[in-house]
Design a protein around this ligand. Structure first.
Ligand code: IMP
Length: 504
């Protein structure tokens, strides 16, 4: 006979936190939001630590190159979507890795004989205003000089003239030589008040460029998440179908973290794929997966599939109709608490800590904070990031307000990409697990995250905690009745911004 669980499926909005003693040292500026992402033994450290406990979902409407760059700069990461061709996804990862290396390979170059019109095309296409001039127009050609958008006037100069008549020639360009440290290169930029420093090889070929803006970015983003070579950390979603081709391409592009993207990850498919990846890449790659909603599912992915982190959540996503369509899922708070308890048991038994990610259904900052208090190490969100400027979708105006489209990976819209790679894909019988809609635009990733994280730090102080581990340890939660939810909102007053209608 079917087993019926005693518990009720609960969601985050049904809980509140009880404050604990706040000591004088519990100030938001003393709080660390660092979170582990890879399994580790007691007494050791995670192979990679997020500087903020937030990642974006592997979804077409959420995580592309811009999100990857923006989130890594804030200290988190974006899981670049896998519902696209292997080449396109690997190119996005390569772009994130190339974004900020200190020493950047120049990807817009011209020959001295190029016309100003051709140069302008390059500048408009790449958005770069400083372009090295090399003998053959390649990124590693003999360095001849440099030209910027300040060296000519688009509407005054004859655009059929050649670049060599306008560029600053090599003899007059302040440059460095391979072997120079990043610190020395930045010092040269500062000393000579330059925006870019070309780095040349001993034989005079162009090697790379160092930009002042990268230095400034680094100062402005002290939490940015970097790999040992000082490049931004990049993450990608993967599936259990084409991993033997996709993973090598992603690793070649420089990916640091991958995660299986599946609404139900408690499967032999995920185990087989994960073990294949582990055998091939050992500990060099961080491999996560899921999703699960039970202790049993968690154990399987940890013991059998050897995953580094496990994602929890089925059916809670804002665009998700999995529960309606298939009848599987669980209230996100109940699922998370059961998995966290099992994780803690596993740690006591084996001395190995497995980070947990709460994925989907986080509708506001309070719910993010409750998820962290319940023991999630980090959270994954789709809608939250779909609403930012950096999501890969265009802005649209509807009735005077600005929106962006947002759709589930299980919607027909997302699945359409398969038609281009799998002829059978278009004729297979599908039922949708996701919907297609719009979300309002709220600003840039750093603006919205700054507010969320400030609230998280403040709540951590209310609970007498300076780290996320202490926060979970100190957390005391209470279930709330509908009446107490109403009591927690504003009531019985006329709000300043409300209209004084007859019935108010
Ligand atoms: P959100 O933050 O509530 O928008 O949820 C995002 C999460 O929903 C993702 O990280 C996925 O786990 C999940 N998800 C994405 N697309 C679909 C879908 O089409 N159906 C069901 N769940 C989805």
């Amino acid at each position: 006979m079917a087993k019926i669980l005693d518990d009720l499926s609960r969601t985050f909005s049904e809980y509140l936190l009880i404050p604990r003693l706040t000591r004088k040292e519990h100030l938001p500026r003393n709080v660390s939001l660092a979170a582990p992402i890879a399994r580790f033994k007691a007494g050791e450290a995670s192979r990679l630590t997020l500087n903020i406990p937030v990642v974006s979902a592997s979804m077409q409407a959420v995580s592309g190159t811009d999100m990857g760059v923006a989130l890594a700069r804030q200290g988190g990461m974006a899981f670049v979507f896998c519902s696209q061709t292997i080449e396109a996804q690997a190119a996005m990862i390569a772009k994130i890795k190339a974004h900020k290396a200190g020493f950047v390979r120049s990807d817009s170059n011209v020959k001295p004989t190029a016309t100003l019109r051709e140069l302008l095309d390059v500048m408009k296409k790449t958005g770069h205003s400083t372009v090295p001039v090399t003998e053959d127009g390649s990124s590693n050609g003999r360095f001849m000089g440099i030209i910027t958008d300040k060296d000519f006037w688009e509407f005054e100069d004859d655009l059929s003239s050649q670049v060599k008549g306008y560029m600053t020639p090599k003899e007059k360009v302040i440059h460095g030589t391979v072997g120079i440290t990043l610190k020395e290169a930045n010092h040269q930029l500062y000393k000579h008040k330059k925006e870019a420093l070309p780095i040349l090889e001993a034989d005079g070929r162009l090697n790379s460029l160092v930009f002042k803006k990268d230095y400034v970015d680094h100062i402005n983003n002290p939490l940015e998440l970097l790999d040992p070579r000082k490049r931004l950390v990049a993450a990608a979603g993967i599936n259990t179908h084409d991993y033997k081709e996709r993973l090598p391409a992603l690793v070649e592009a420089g990916v640091d973290v991958v995660s299986f993207d599946s609404s139900d990850g408690f499967s032999e498919f995920q185990k087989e794929a994960s073990l294949w990846a582990r055998e091939r890449y050992a500990d060099k790659l961080i491999i996560g997966g899921g999703n699960v909603v039970s202790a049993e599912g968690f154990r399987y992915l940890v013991e059998e599939a050897q995953l580094d982190f496990v994602k929890v959540g089925i059916g809670g996503g804002s665009i998700c109709i999995t529960r309606e369509q298939k009848g599987i899922g669980r209230g996100q708070a109940s699922a998370l608490m059961e998995v966290v308890e099992e994780r803690n048991r596993y740690f006591r038994e084996k001395g190995v800590y497995i980070p947990i990610c709460s994925d989907g259904g986080l509708a506001n900052d309070t719910q993010i904070i409750i998820a962290m208090a319940m023991g999630a190490d980090f959270v994954m969100m789709g809608r939250y990031f779909a609403m930012t400027n950096e999501s890969p979708t265009p802005k649209v105006s509807i009735k005077g307000r600005i929106y962006k489209p947002y759709w589930g990976e299980g919607s027909n819209r997302a699945r359409n990409w398969e038609r281009y790679v799998d002829e059978k894909g278009s004729s297979r019988l599908h039922f949708e697990e996701g919907v297609d809609g719009y979300v309002p635009v709220v600003g840039s990733v750093n603006e919205v995250l700054a507010m969320t994280l400030e609230k998280m730090r403040a709540t951590m102080c209310n609970l007498g905690s300076k780290t996320l581990a202490e926060f979970t340890q100190n957390a005391v939660l209470t279930l709330v009745s509908e009446q107490s939810i109403e009591e927690g909102g504003t009531s019985n007053i006329i709000k300043v911004d409300s209209k004084f209608d007859d019935d108010t």
